[in-house]
Each structure stands twice: as structure tokens, then as C-alpha cells.
Design a protein around this ligand. Structure first.
Ligand SMILES: *Cc1c(COP(=O)(O)O)cnc(C)c1O
Length: 434
């Protein structure tokens, strides 16, 4: 399979190049040239399959031309070492719980898959040099990437994060790992971390010294595998006899997660329509209403992993639907919620159903509650475990959210980090010694 750039000015790339490079030369996002549909029989029998079997069938369509079947299926099964169950919240609303992975958020799926696919390509190349992944984080991406790559031979990860600006629960998920993960505590803000990473990729001397790559969320190996759990959600809803008029709602920030669902739809996944739920960062919501896309600076909200003012994957959605506002609005609608709405929704859902939402899932739940029509059944992505936002959730619900054991284990670990100034010369000197 070849991958083209959404900007149309870069040469087509192999899967390997798209995975190693992340972004195309013209700064566009890679798209597969073809999206293969799954056969009708698959949808007839998927309710009798396991999550791993469902995901392997989907993976064959995306990656089957470029990765040997046995290796691909091993990558899929290693990635999905945990379930993504659908859980009933009300008669017509179900939660697709994507927080059962190591760092309690959906990004685990993409990060784990990418780590293993990258390792596959490195081994095939037979080039003995280690690859170094540089990732800047304001919290959640660092933990998913670090844990996704933990123990993957031949790859070393450097996580750069702003000192004192990451919550203790987030910090422990990438500073206590050791092994092939190094946490760099930068005396600055997130943008400084990002700038250090960008400078490193552009520095010739450094690139001659070591192989560098990014694990950015726009990477095809991170975003496409997210389609796996939408097919699994369908299979589970079919098993419940609830799959006939299904609506899928995704709390969205950079729009990678919903984009994977839309690829699934293109492959034949029988979902009737989609809802993109936004927080106060409503750029996509406004696009749906007006047909005009106006990025703007993001504002901080309770659902901070969705604080994105210029969602990268809009380019993929725009491309997928032939650059037509009409095609997009025929399938996708939107919703937007302010912080006071989010807090109220969390309380109402807890009181009425007993279900504890995190601030991101809250947007998804309410968008279904507001948007479901008669006869429809909806599921929303519960994108993170509420314990990841414990202080906020406890305060809003006047409760004491239990911290899952795997998160407690991180919190018991010993913090190891390297302190770093925000000066690129220091960062480069450090990397040159590695
Ligand atoms: C990253 C993230 C989102 C947003 O997902 P996108 O793919 O960027 O739209 C939503 N919720 C949580 C908890 C996240 O970590």
C-alpha cells in the first residue's frame, strides 16, 4: 500500500517510510491510497469472534500488503493485551471503555501498536543501530508513548516534559519506568519542550550521531489501529441485539480517534452516523455549521486532552470526504460543552445512572443524550479512566474515585529524571553523549 500526503506535494511513501517519518515532506498527513472494505460475511459473524480476531481482520485490510500475516497478527495481539468493553449506562446509551490499558487512556492502543510496528521494520532492515524516539508532552501523550515502547528492544524513548507543570499522577507514568525510557525534566513550559524536539530533528550533526524519530499522534501507525475497537464495539452491540441503528460519538481534540472510526465506516462498519463532541474548543463544531474552518488558539478546559485549536486530523477528514462540507455533514454532526456543562453532566450522570464519567467522556455522553433520535442506540468513547483526573472528578462529584492498581503501582515507583535547561545546546550536548 502506498501512502499519499493530504497536501499533495510530497511523493507517495511506503508504510515503512510513513511510520518512520510521521509527517510528509510537504507537512501533510499520510493517507492510504486505498481503503479496503471488509466482506459482508465478516459483519455477519463478528459477534462470534474475539477482540483479537476482529482486530486482525481489520489490520489485514490496512497493513496486510506490507507486513507478513504472522508478524502482523502478533503485533495486534501484543497491542491488545486488554479489553475495550461496551458498558450499559442507560437503555439507549453505552460506554465504550477505552481506559483498560496500562496508562488508562485510549492512546495506549495506538502507542503500543506503533512501537511494535516500528520494531518490526527496524528488525527487517537488519540495521543494528538503535532508534531514538523524542516526544514532548504536556502529560498524557508522554505516558502512552513511554509505556507503549517500554521494553521494546532497539528503541530508546526520551520524554521531555515541563518541570512542575504536569500532575503527579501523570508524571509518575513516565518517570518511574526506567529501562529504555528516559524522562527529561525541562526547566520551561510545554512549548519549550516541543521546540527542543523540533530543533533536534533539524540538527544535522545530531542526526548523523543518532537515529531520531517522533511518535507523533498523526503517525499512521498510531491513528489507524484505533479503528480496531470500533469494530469490536459493533460486534459487542450486535451480540446485545442493539446494533441496528447505531450512533457513534467520539469526544474529540485532534480528531485522530474519530478519524479512525470514519475509516472503519468506509470499510463497511454499519454505523448510521457519527457525533464529534467538543469542549469549548469548538472549531470543528463551527465548521459543521458554517462550512468554514477557522483555527484559533486553544482555551484551557476541564477536558484538557481535547484543548486543541487547530485539529491536525481535520485534513484527513476533509480529504476522506472529497473536500465537501455537504458530504461531511451528511454523516457527522457536532456538539460543544463548556466547563460548567461538563461538571453538571458528570453530576447528573452519576446521580441518575451511577456511572462515573471523566470530563472527556462527559462530552460524549451528553452529545448522545442531546442528539439520539427515536429508535437509535448510541455508544460514546470513554477515552480515559476518571482516576486520571482524580482531583477534578472528586471535587465535582464529592466522591473519592478509586485508583486502579496499575496506576497505584506507578505512584509507588521511584522517580528518575534528568534535569535539563530549555537551551538547545544543553539538550544536544546531552544527546551527543548517549
Ligand atoms: C487525546 C485524548 C482525546 C482526544 O482524542 P483525539 O484523537 O485527539 O481527538 C480525548 N480524550 C482523552 C482522554 C485523550 O487523552
Amino acid at each position: 500500500m502506498k501512502y499519499y500526503s493530504t497536501n499533495g506535494k510530497a511523493p507517495v511513501a511506503t508504510l515503512e517510510k510513513a511510520v518512520v517519518k510521521g509527517l510528509a515532506e510537504d507537512k501533510g498527513l499520510y493517507m492510504p491510497e486505498r481503503i479496503k472494505p471488509l466482506p459482508k460475511e465478516f459483519f455477519e459473524k463478528c459477534d462470534k469472534m474475539t477482540f483479537q480476531e476482529v482486530a486482525c481482520s481489520v489490520a489485514d485490510c490496512f497493513f496486510g500488503e506490507d507486513v507478513e500475516t504472522e508478524a502482523l497478527h502478533r503485533i495486534v495481539c501484543d497491542t491488545l493485551a486488554f479489553d475495550c468493553p461496551v458498558v450499559k449506562v442507560t437503555d439507549s446509551i453505552y460506554s465504550l471503555e477505552l481506559f483498560h490499558g496500562p496508562t488508562l487512556a485510549f492512546k495506549d492502543v495506538g502507542a503500543r501498536f506503533m512501537a511494535r510496528l516500528l520494531q518490526y521494520f527496524l528488525r527487517k532492515e537488519g540495521n543494528g543501530d538503535d532508534v531514538n524516539v523524542l516526544v514532548a508532552t504536556s502529560g498524557d501523550t508522554g505516558s502512552a508513548v513511554a509505556n507503549g515502547f517500554l521494553g521494546v528492544e532497539g528503541i530508546h524513548v526520551y520524554v521531555l516534559y515541563p518541570k512542575g507543570k504536569v500532575s503527579p499522577i501523570q508524571e509518575c507514568q513516565f518517570t518511574t519506568l526506567g529501562r529504555n525510557i528516559t524522562a527529561l525534566e525541562v526547566d520551561g513550559v510545554f512549548d519549550d519542550c516541543q521546540a527542543l524536539v523540533k530543533s533536534a530533528f533539524m540538527d544535522e550533526e545530531l542526526n548523523a550521531h543518532m537515529r531520531l524519530t517522533s511518535a507523533n499522534s498523526i503517525n499512521v501507525a498510531r491513528f489507524l489501529p484505533q479503528a480496531f475497537y470500533y469494530f469490536w464495539a459493533y460486534a459487542q452491540m450486535k451480540r446485545l441485539g442493539k446494533a441496528d441503528s447505531l450512533v457513534c460519538c467520539v469526544p474529540s481534540g485532534n480528531f485522530g480517534n474519530i478519524c479512525a472510526a470514519l475509516f472503519g465506516h468506509r470499510m463497511g462498519l454499519p454505523i448510521k452516523r457519527f457525533i464529534a463532541a467538543n469542549n469549548a474548543n469548538d472549531i470543528f463544531f463551527r465548521f459543521l455549521q458554517s462550512g468554514e474552518y477557522h483555527p484559533k488558539a486553544s482555551v484551557q478546559t476541564l477536558a484538557n486532552a481535547m484543548d486543541v485549536g487547530d485539529p491536525s486530523n481535520f485534513a484527513r477528514i476533509w480529504d476522506l470526504y472529497g473536500r465537501s462540507h455537504k458530504n461531511i455533514t451528511a454523516l457527522i454532526s457536532g456538539a460543544t460543552y463548556k466547563d460548567e456543562d461538563i461538571a453538571r453532566i458528570m453530576r447528573e450522570c452519576y446521580d441518575e445512572t451511577g456511572y462515573t464519567l471523566d470530563p472527556h467522556g462527559a462530552c460524549g455522553y451528553q452529545a448522545l443524550k442531546d442528539g439520539l433520535q427515536k429508535g437509535e442506540t448510541g455508544f460514546f468513547c470513554e477515552t480515559a479512566h476518571p482516576a486520571k483526573f482524580k482531583e477534578k472528578v472528586d471535587a465535582i462529584l464529592s466522591c473519592n474515585v478509586a485508583i486502579p492498581e496499575r496506576l497505584q503501582a506507578f505512584m509507588r515507583g521511584e522517580k528518575q529524571s534528568v534535569e535539563m535547561s530549555k537551551d538547545f545546546a544543553d539538550f544536544k550536548r546531552y544527546l551527543m553523549m548517549q
